[in-house]
Design a binder for this molecule. Structure first.
Ligand code: C5P
Length: 264
């Protein structure tokens, strides 16, 4: 895991923007208030891999030119590359090898293809990029799973997440992405070192219209339940003062960590 010195280091902000300028505006606003920037398909497909270096330079050096700074940095960039790879094992394995040149911290794969696929994948990347398995999208509920034809005993999101998290761990993944409702069970079953990243975060004060997230928790609940990192997007972007929203989230994280330390 990355050194988590301060509560804000646990906040992952998704750069869910269609182009570089809006993304960089939020990098500037939030770089001192969060831990990692998440780059997903929308931005990556539009701007290409060069965006990763631009984000990392801007968040580290305050380089506002959007031009890559020459020369490699020693460590990994504080970037979560969320491309949610999903294909046959060999193809995903090769994509992961290609992605390793970006020196990001985390990368995601879907884990509903079973152990064989994941083993070959984790074998490729475990020493370098940390591979996190997406257990179940937080936009999916029990009804959605039923509609998709999931077998009855796994229509319960918690069961399905635990089932997939076990496969992910035995395949060598560093951790999983799951909702705050499952974080506690994943930690209990799979151990403290198994990283849990939790999206679907909604602070009690946030109002999101037409929200697609179903299995939601507050930052406090997610961290208290055992999440190591939380992904928070719209509650921050929908706020009039995004930096202040991030600060308030960090305060909630601190409260939850404090209670955990005291074992309350
Ligand atoms: O907080 P908000 O709902 O805006 O966060 C959206 C982000 O969370 C998106 O980038 C989406 O890809 C990510 N997400 C995720 N895994 C889920 C649900 C959402 O990574 N299960």
């Amino acid at each position: 895991m990355l050194p988590l010195k301060e509560p804000k280091d646990r906040i992952i902000f998704p750069l869910d923007f269609p182009e570089i300028n809006s993304a960089m505006r939020y990098v500037e606003i939030l770089k001192d208030h969060i831990g990692l920037f998440k780059v997903g398909l929308e931005l990556f497909v539009r701007e290409g891999p060069a965006i990763l270096r631009v984000i990392s330079n801007a968040s580290r050096n305050g380089n506002k030119s959007h031009l890559p700074v020459q020369g490699q940095t020693g460590g990994r960039e504080k970037i979560f590359l969320d491309l949610k790879f999903h294909d046959i094992p060999e193809t995903v394995k090769r994509a992961l090898r290609s992605a390793d040149v970006y020196r990001v911290n985390f990368i995601t794969i879907h884990c509903d293809e079973g152990k064989d696929m994941m083993e070959s994948i984790a074998e490729t990347a475990s020493e370098r990029i940390k591979v996190l398995a997406i257990t179940l999208l937080t936009s999916l509920s029990r009804e959605g799973l039923k509609e998709m034809g999931m077998r009855e005993d796994l229509q319960d999101p918690l069961r399905l997440v635990l089932h997939r998290a076990k496969i992910a761990k035995s395949a060598g993944c560093a951790g999983v992405v799951c909702s705050g409702l499952e974080a506690e069970y994943v930690k209990k079953e799979l151990g403290e070192d198994f990283i849990v990243v939790t999206p679907g975060i909604r602070p009690s004060w946030s109002i999101i219209h037409h929200d697609d997230q179903k299995r939601i928790t507050t930052p406090f609940e997610a961290i208290k339940a055992g999440a190591d990192y939380i992904v928070v997007g719209r509650p921050i972007t929908a706020s009039k003062d995004p930096a202040d929203a991030a600060r308030r989230i960090a305060e909630e994280i601190e409260k939850a960590l404090d209670l955990k330390r005291k074992n309350v």
